[in-house]
Ligand binder design. Structure first.
Ligand SMILES: Cc1ncc(COP(=O)(O)O)c(C=O)c1O
Length: 446
């Protein structure tokens, strides 16, 4: 996701702690940068959280990795029990079957691959041929071929478009125009419902397309419509999981419990790579047979890696021991106050907030991933020691949950000035004095 030919030298990180990345920039100058994007949305409790450091260190001295077929280990067993009880609690009272079994892999993309294979395999095991997958316009589910196929067609996968399998993408439920999505879904289900294995979706927030948000009620209705045709619900909670949108899992806000759920990123607190695909008992049972054939054939060499399991277990312990939800709520409150200020800027099209996510969509004729907004904003923020990596013309803040209010304030303040800087650059380009019409001050949040 970086064009090496035109990018400057990379920042070299020597150590990290909490929200800070310490290292040397391309000129060899020592600097500390605020990680405003949780290192690509993975980090939840801050870098090098001592509880996770200790857990991984302890595990490394005992068992690092072992084949997870015919063999098991306590750390994986304990994690699975803990993860499933966390999921059960999060989906208490929600409609649908509960995820009760867990398959470990090593990334978000593989968690999605596994879910798609399970969905298709489940129907095959039950004597039905259902090879279709339904998804949403704007979706991003990863960069392996199955995950790319499920993703919306566009910049991230167009070079391989001919090699992807066909997936129908429903129109995104724009606020006020959701009926268009429902109608499209109804038409689709009437025609292909009985050939469709699963509906894969990013619940309530689509990340990579630029943090587009939609109502939980819309998701609930779509889920109910899919259920009428026994289409399995595959929640891709890779980005939204583990508190990112204000609740442990975003699907619970729609009061639906998915048949399959994909987790990664925040699963280990962002400490080590790990993917998990959670499945309902019915799906597990479809592959549970007296004969050898018909098993769920998918191998991942590092499945159940003991260090990743220890990190995930420690991350869930932090959820138990520290006021994580309160931190998330404080971040959301600050974001909401900041949104009212950013929202009145004439150069801002929209501000979107959900849980710890704050996204500013900058007005731009060339909207989208290749917009020219991203470069100047990134450079300005880095010059001010804050890492934000805009997605085209959408600049977002997605911090580790341990961020303090004065640190958040520093990010908003730098972002405000970054937008001023962009405005000035544009004014120079256009040779007009648009710059003078913009507000210069912003009230502080904290
Ligand atoms: C919703 C979603 N699904 C899947 C993925 C892929 O995860 P990974 O990069 O770990 O393969 C991402 C990555 O950003 C994501 O946001």
């Amino acid at each position: 996701m970086t064009q090496h030919k035109i990018a400057g030298p990379a920042f070299n990180v020597e150590s990290a702690e909490g929200i800070y990345l310490h290292g040397r920039d391309g000129d060899g100058i020592e600097r500390s940068i605020i990680d405003g994007i949780s290192s690509w949305w993975v980090n939840t409790h801050g870098h090098c959280h001592p509880t996770i450091v200790e857990a991984v260190r302890g595990q490394a001295g005992k068992l690092e990795q072992v084949v997870f077929a015919g063999f098991t280990h306590d750390t994986a067993e304990r994690l699975t029990r803990k993860l499933l009880s966390t999921v059960r609690a999060a989906f208490d009272g929600c409609e649908g079957r509960k995820p009760e079994f867990c398959f470990y892999s090593d990334s978000g993309s593989t968690a999605v691959e596994v879910a798609i294979k399970m969905a298709v395999g489940y129907f095959k095991a039950n004597g039905q041929k259902r090879n279709r997958i339904l998804a949403m316009d704007g979706a991003y589910h990863g960069d392996t071929f199955g995950a790319m196929s499920a993703s919306s067609r566009g910049i991230f996968n167009e070079d391989w478009a001919d090699m992807l399998f066909d997936v129908t993408h429903l129109p995104f439920p724009e606020q006020g125009n959701e009926v268009k999505t429902f109608q499209a879904l109804e038409r689709y289900l009437k025609k292909h419902g009985k050939e469709t294995a699963g509906f894969v979706f990013e619940p309530i927030v689509q990340g990579s397309v630029g943090f587009r948000m939609y109502s939980p009620m819309v998701l609930q209705k779509m889920a109910q419509m899919c259920r009428e045709y026994d289409v399995l619900l595959i929640a891709d909670e890779v980005m939204t999981g583990f508190g990112r949108t204000g609740t442990m899992f975003a699907s619970a806000q729609a009061a639906i419990s998915p048949d399959l759920m994909c987790l990664s990123k925040g699963l280990t607190g962002g400490f080590l790579p790990m993917g998990a695909t959670l499945a309902s008992k019915e799906i597990y049972k479809a592959f549970y047979r007296d004969e050898k054939g018909g098993m769920f054939l998918h191998s991942t060499s590092f499945t159940g890696n003991a260090l990743s399991c220890a990190a995930a277990m420690a991350s869930l312990k932090i959820w138990d021991d520290e006021p994580v939800l309160e931190r998330i709520q404080n971040i959301e409150n600050a974001h909401r106050t900041a949104s009212s200020w950013f929202g009145v800027r004439p150069d801002v099209k929209e501000v979107r907030v959900k849980g710890t996510i704050f996204a500013v969509e900058v007005s731009d004729e060339k909207a989208g991933y290749l917009s020219d907004v991203a470069g100047p904003i990134y450079n300005f923020m880095m010059a001010n020691n804050v890492l934000l990596r805009p997605i085209g013309n959408v600049v977002y803040i997605l911090p580790p949950y341990c961020i303090e209010m004065h640190e958040l304030e520093r990010i908003y303040d730098s972002l405000w000035r970054a937008l001023d800087h962009l405005r000035d650059l544009r004014a120079v380009d256009q040779g007009d004095d648009e710059a003078e019409q913009m507000p210069r001050v912003r009230q502080k949040v904290a």
